[in-house]
Ligand binder design. Structure first.
Ligand SMILES: Cc1ncc(COP(=O)(O)O)c(C=O)c1O
Length: 393
């Protein structure tokens, strides 16, 4: 999606009927749902899409062409969402599947060996790269300082031996947002590839691959993309695709899937070469429905709304005397606000008892709104926190 000005963003948010959109997420009638970093709230659209899958199965029996079309619809929707072409998108079962496929296509035994990750990675985007050490990779982890990773730390780590930089956009445990455009630029300057794990950010802020220019982006439909578990995507820049030959593969990665040729490996000329086996068909229905809501509301309005709610949460937290884990600077945070706790599990459990759904990681309470939340949700959260003050730092 093209980037637009701040003024236009405000107008887009003001012109949206947020109450009507909120009504499409029934869980919000019963709970204060602030856990989109773990699982996005289910919409009536996604509920209907699962029913449509069941109806189609009952009606069509086995119609593989139709199921494959569902996968292609998701590919098209993801491409539109990222400003990519459909050739550049692989529909995967998870972010891990996409990262593994990319890793398998790299050689660590010729020339560059270094893989640069960071202290902020979700485990999968570290473990997969550490697994490549058996194939000759040398994994270097960029350290954080006081809850953030300044760009100089990446400058110190990325060099002429770096094959790939693989970093998260927003940290899953404290909500800090890295300066991805600057990291992309650093990687390019040193001739390294750059992979962005956008799972904790995409769906809440504008991100256009033609502007940011990463080589790879991975994500999934479970959280802010409003779909379901068991489906994700991988973007691969078009000019790179044919030079990369994944060795983690399967029949849906072949140039001609229906050739059913078990005598050779002939990968697709498109990013489909990074796929593997049978597509996650039921999840395609849900993913398409989730992405359609995002396209309908529009990223400019969503980004503005989410920023407004997170700013409100931070203001409330400060006035209650709670300690932030997330950086306060809005350029350094995403859709998740994190607060320091003395006992994260008791706190999350007590909030759950009070009807407020949150989660925690590394001692932090994670509060993760989406555009379907409102300021009443924020007020309900802080009301529920009041008697739990002894658990807060
Ligand atoms: C930043 C990030 N990356 C990746 C994942 C999950 O990856 P996968 O789809 O492989 O389960 C998560 C999920 O919690 C995440 O927060």
């Amino acid at each position: 999606m093209p980037l637009i000005s701040g003024q236009e963003i405000m107008t887009a948010a003001e012109n949206t009927d947020w109450a009507a959109i909120r009504a499409r997420f029934p869980i919000l009638e019963n709970k204060t749902y602030l856990n989109s970093c773990a699982y996005g709230a289910i919409s009536t659209d996604v509920i209907a899409s699962f029913q449509a899958y069941i109806n189609d199965r009952l009606e069509k029996g086995t119609d593989w062409e139709y199921w494959v079309e569902r996968n292609e619809s998701v590919r098209t929707a993801v491409a539109e969402f990222l400003g990519a072409t459909t050739n550049e998108i692989a529909v995967t079962a998870s972010a891990s599947a996409g990262i593994n496929s990319v890793a398998s296509s790299l050689r660590f035994d010729q020339g560059r060996k270094k893989v640069v990750i960071s202290d902020f990675e979700f485990p999968t985007n570290a473990q997969i790269w550490y697994a490549q050490e058996r194939r000759g990779a040398n994994v270097v982890r960029v350290p954080q300082r006081d809850g953030y990773i300044p760009i100089e730390h990446f400058e110190n780590a990325i060099d002429e031996d770096t094959l790939i930089v693989a970093v998260t956009q927003v940290c899953f445990h404290n909500g800090a947002r890295l300066d991805i455009p600057a990291i992309v630029e650093l990687a390019k300057k040193k001739g390294a590839l750059i992979l962005v794990d956008g799972y904790q950010a995409l769906g809440t802020l504008e991100f256009d691959v033609k502007t940011v220019k990463p080589d790879f982006v991975v994500g999934g439909m479970l959280k802010y993309l409003l779909g379901t578990a068991g489906i994700g995507f991988l973007y691969v820049r078009d000019t790179l695709i044919e030079s990369l030959v994944p060795t983690v593969t399967g029949w849906f990665a072949q140039a001609d899937i229906m050739a059913m040729d078990s005598t050779q490996y002939a990968p697709s000329p498109s990013a489909r070469r990074f796929e593997m086996g049978t597509p996650p068909v039921p999840n395609c229905y849900a993913a398409e429905a989730g992405l359609a809501i995002l396209a309908e509301v529009g990223l400019p309005a969503i980004a503005s709304r989410v920023a407004n709610i997170t700013t409100n949460i931070i203001a409330e937290a400060k006035s209650a005397g709670y300690s932030l884990s997330v950086p306060e600077n809005s350029a350094r945070r995403g859709p998740m606000v994190t607060l320091q706790t003395h006992d994260e599990f008791t706190l999350v459990g007590e909030l759950e008892n009070a009807g407020v759904v949150t989660s925690s990681r590394n001692g932090n309470l994670r509060i993760s709104p989406h555009f379907y939340n409102n300021h009443d949700d924020v007020a309900a959260l802080f009301r529920a926190l009041r008697p739990l003050k002894h658990l807060m730092v």
